[in-house]
Design a protein around this ligand. Sequence first.
Ligand SMILES: Cc1ncc(COP(=O)(O)O)c(C=O)c1O
Length: 353
Amino acid sequence: MKISGLSTPALVLDVNILKANAEAMEQVLAGTTLKLRPHYKSHKCAALAKWQVKNGAVGMTCAKLSEAEDLCEIGIEDILIANQIVDPVKIRRAADLAGNCHLTVCVDSAENVQAFSAAAKAAGNIVHCFVEFEIGMQRCGVSAKEDVLALAKHIIASDNLEFAGIQAYAGHISHVEDRQEREAMTAANYEKLRELLSYLKENGVEVKTVSGGSTGTAQIKAMEGLYTEIQAGSYLFMDAVYRNLNLPFQNALFLLSTVVSQKDDLTVLDAGVKTCGVDQGMPVPCQGTVREIVASEEHFQLHGYSEKKTVGDRMLLIPGHCCSTVNLHDKIYLVDGDTVIDRIAVTARGVGR
Ligand SMILES: Cc1ncc(COP(=O)(O)O)c(C=O)c1O
């Protein structure tokens, strides 16, 4: 079947570019001590998570407990929830899950350490903990090295917990377009991290793993080599925002849509925010330029599109943000050129608790 035969809007994934992106990441990490722990949220497809782990990833990163449960069910053995879990019910669930996989969670408070220790003890399992170091993103984590040390010692002294290392995710740097600026910001973070790590060492705390990093900082981290694992997710699919960074990864994920109205300089598509994530920006047509895109639930209105279109024409768009786009689809069509060769399920679509 040709792509043009698909009912739209449909997500299509170019398998050749997908493989090239995986190989490009291998190249980026080759010769470094960095291991890949890809983020599940970027594709949410069981088949791709298994493929990544089979091809060298040390395990998977995810954002939510329910994603971790999903990954465990498909046989992923080493799972990091790169987030805080604070709900007592979820803490118990996580402690149970730790009986079926090597589970690491992030903590940034003594109360959370206590709660995890109690739940893990009751479940008879070991939960691995990263102390989250707040490294400029102003999300979760503690920023004072003394606080990191206190939490690490607390974990080490707690029943059924293992101190697994440091989570230091600098998401605010990922999308900085100018490479020099990205490098400078990363270098500043490195200083903070370096200082933290030597402080922990001086105080008798051994840090085996430092986890963080993204598609936008993979190359920079590879050069400096301070982290031990990288949580990049978008590198596999890429999107319109990452495309501007001139990274060694190409756009593999596209949204196929149909022109439903064409008048003067207005081209209207049958896809909108219910099938394409716009949280980081509008999609970009694969061909031509557009002056402005207005989005609504079921439509994108393209003003001043440079290509001549007629009603019924198909169009490929590069989603603004791949992670939020996949979460809007049940399936992704795999294509080789313009031929549809398979279909994979977005198994963790909507799995967000
Ligand atoms: C904690 C964490 N790690 C890794 C990533 C992956 O980043 P990217 O998809 O930009 O590679 C994200 C993305 O938001 C994240 O929140």
